[in-house]
Design a protein around this ligand. Sequence first.
Ligand SMILES: C[S@@+](CC[C@H](N)C(=O)[O-])C[C@H]1O[C@@H](n2cnc3c(N)ncnc32)[C@H](O)[C@@H]1O
Length: 280
Amino acid sequence: MNYRHAFHAGNFADVAKHLALVTAILHLRKKDKPFFVLDTHGGCGRYDLAADAAQRTGEAEAGIERLRVLAGRQDLPEALAAYLEIVAQEGAGFYPGSPLIAARLLRPQDRLVAIEKHPEDAAALRAALKPFPNAKAEEADGYRRMTALLPPPERRGLVLIDPPYEAPDEFETAAEALTAGWDRFATGIYMLWFPVKSQAAADAFCGEVLAAGITKALRIDIEIGTPPRDAKERLTAAGLMVVNPPYGLDTQMRAAAGLLAGRMGEGTRLSVVWLAGEGR
Ligand SMILES: C[S@@+](CC[C@H](N)C(=O)[O-])C[C@H]1O[C@@H](n2cnc3c(N)ncnc32)[C@H](O)[C@@H]1O
């Protein structure tokens, strides 16, 4: 396991993924009934953007750092305003990972379990989640724990599957995990992140996931024109497949697209496409 999210925290892909996460959790909060959030690949939870890892890639600088100035503006779409507020709560130079973002949105009746396999990152995650009594960090294999934790007793919730795609067969593993989760908890919201290195491969991947019989799914893609510091080998496009997307996710993401592109530079493009169900 060589992948460490500290090198990428707050980059363009995190911005789109975390904005979608906030939008979906805000939707779950609209009803009083408790909800459950499962983050199968949690990372560290909180990132110091002044640390060597983040500074070496400059990815946050080209991502979240360009958006902080928007915080507090009165004309922002609701979810973007909430996301930037959560980021601001960490203080300048720090960035919350997905488990910390989710933990900040829990109400007393809601619950989060975040899994992380890397022992050092799992320890950091545990520390980041310590102030949140309803949030639990586990050092384990996220795929295995996912089957054990679904369906949740709350019968409402969201599963974020955000693997590092280090292993050559990880696309297959992630797709299988999503469909296995969906078999157990078909009404849950699932967010599956994936890197886009070739459009054809990404399209085929989404097709495979849908083939399991999923009837409602949205795809959110973000791409940037040039990688930070022009490092050619860096990722410039990423996608998020959302199964059972909550009402309004598509419009909130589209509403934020122009603002993100305006701040993150020419060539930044956020697209939202229905793969199955509504809007198709
Ligand atoms: C892309 S990062 C997660 C970022 C995080 N979800 C966020 O948005 O802030 C992927 C993480 O998965 C961890 N990981 C790798 N294999 C895993 C597995 N089988 N189970 C749980 N975590 C794993 C890596 O150590 C890494 O921290």
